[in-house]
Design a protein. Sequence first.
Length: 114
Amino acid sequence: MTIEWKLMFHVEHKFFYGRGRVAVCDDSGALPHLSDDGIMWLDEHRPIVMNEDRVWCLPVECHRTFEKKTTVASWPEVVTVAMHFPRMRIEVEGQEIAVRDTVNNMLSREGLYD
């Protein structure tokens, strides 16, 4: 059965809509099923997290194995995903944060927001 993919947006990963779900795809393939990881479904039931190395990670589920894992993401990608999927939570060190507050804090550190 062929999946008809629709590109939603592209930051660093490409985000495609297909079969009623969202797939995350890196540049190893033009479409999710052609990437070296295969189809990685965005798991909207788990939070976006910053890991212990201070790296942002998006929750995904492997289509082949149903394994729940994460994929590395940039801050602009995290904000973009959070804006498209407002039900997704974002956690840093186990604490849930609001995207708006985090963006303001980041801009404050750069001297771009009071």
